[in-house]
Design a protein around this ligand. Structure first.
Ligand code: PLP
Length: 384
């Protein structure tokens, strides 16, 4: 069965991103590729395979179901780390599969100790500490109780990591807050050191922290958005622009392209309305092409009379409202547009490009949101 659109993932672009990131962080720091949100819309299985081909052996997910998908697609026994949600009922299976996970409260610690007891294996845990993000993480006041817990249950845990997450390292407005978080994290580390409790890896950095705050890289970085070829914000890119090598000012490459095809072509007389309602009246005799993509596929309604797509290498405009399953675009000035012609929603065609940023700006979404909202059932294929 044919789908109405498909997504291409570029292997060579991915390779370049990983290469650049490796040069950025140096040989001492490990990379964990963050694959939450269906690998930022790219498809967990595609990314795990490509990442492993590029030497990556560590993946981070938000939840247990994502971790399982990584587990099933990994060919190299890569390490898997859950940073967020899991159910206590999942713990035995996770421990048996050697999947590590964050702990940020005593309930989960106790459940993990019990599950470890049942399996006879140690639970691999990453202890998340609260440094100022105020989402999850052990509070400074809980440190003594935590140390006591680890001493009392030392048979049940492998302390894989001490970690935290920054509250907006991608924006200079948060500079003071991030600095304070780094300080707070170091205090936690010092405290555990003083208690002779050490962790395999100290890790705090996301993409923005990796690119802007070198001291946050430590033993491992958890990279999402940069590995998919995007600067976390325009600001991050501007900040780093000067320090990028002259021959490589644009080192992060988009992997993703989103394509569909023309479903139908028709003429509309001047003065007629196009689509639902009266938001667009043909100002002249027009030719429009119908494209089978709508808000039900992640093409936001905000793009009504706003969106752009590429046909025959030319940027053309959406006319009328975006409906659930289709859009109409103005191809009056193009010759010979016909059913079946390729339509690019995100990506390049000829000399033109519709970037994720421009698509995102016109639909008022940040990169992260736009990518992860691409429906999982659109087929993805890896291309060179
Ligand atoms: C999403 C996430 C990351 C990766 O963030 P990017 O900005 O995409 O690099 C790192 N750590 C945690 C805890 C996260 O939730």
């Amino acid at each position: 069965m044919q789908h109405t659109s498909y997504i291409e993932i570029s292997k060579s672009a991915y390779q370049k991103n990983i290469q650049f990131i490796k040069e950025e962080i140096g040989p001492k720091t490990q990379i964990s590729i963050v694959v939450k949100g269906n690998a930022y819309g790219h498809g967990i299985e595609n990314i795990v395979t490509m990442a492993e081909e590029n030497g990556i052996r560590h993946f981070s997910t938000f939840s247990a179901d994502e971790a399982l998908r990584v587990f099933l697609s990994s060919q190299n026994g890569s390490e898997i780390m859950i940073m967020g949600m899991l159910q206590d009922e999942d713990l035995v299976e996770l421990i048996l599969k050697g999947i590590s996970f964050y702990v940020f409260d005593f309930e989960r610690l106790e459940a993990a100790a019990n599950a470890a007891k049942i399996t006879g294996y140690k639970a691999k845990i990453h202890v998340e500490v609260e440094t100022g993000f105020h989402r999850t993480g052990f509070e400074w006041e809980e440190r003594k109780k935590l140390v006591k817990f680890f001493r009392d249950h030392s048979d049940y845990f492998e302390l894989k990591g001490l970690c935290t997450h920054y509250a907006g390292a991608e924006s200079i407005a948060n500079y003071v807050r991030v600095r304070n978080q780094i300080k707070q994290y170091k205090q936690f580390k010092k405290w555990f050191d003083s208690q002779n409790i050490t962790f395999d890896k100290y890790h705090t950095a996301c993409s923005a922290a990796t690119l802007l705050y070198p001291e946050t890289k430590m033993d491992m970085v958890r990279l999402g958005i940069a590995s998919y070829g995007f600067w976390p914000t325009q600001e991050t890119y501007m900040y780093r622009f000067q320090s990028l090598p002259d021959d490589n000012k644009n080192p992060l490459k988009r992997l993703i392209s989103w394509k569909s095809s023309v479903m139908h072509v028709k003429s509309v007389k001047m003065g007629e309305f196009i689509g639902y309602g009266s938001s667009y009246m043909a100002p002249r005799q027009m030719t429009i092409a119908l494209v089978p993509i709508g808000y039900g596929h992640g093409f936001s309604r905000i793009l009504s009379n706003q969106g752009k797509v590429l046909i025959s290498g030319v940027i053309v405009s959406v006319v009328g409202t975006v409906t659930m399953n289709s859009i109409a675009v103005d191809v009056t000035d193009l010759k010979n547009v016909k059913k079946g012609d390729e339509v690019v929603l995100i990506g390049s065609q000829g000399d033109n490009e519709i970037s994720v940023a421009s698509f995102g700006e016109s639909s008022q979404q940040v990169n992260y949101e736009l990518l992860t909202r691409l429906p999982q059932d659109i087929p993805r294929k890896v291309v060179d």
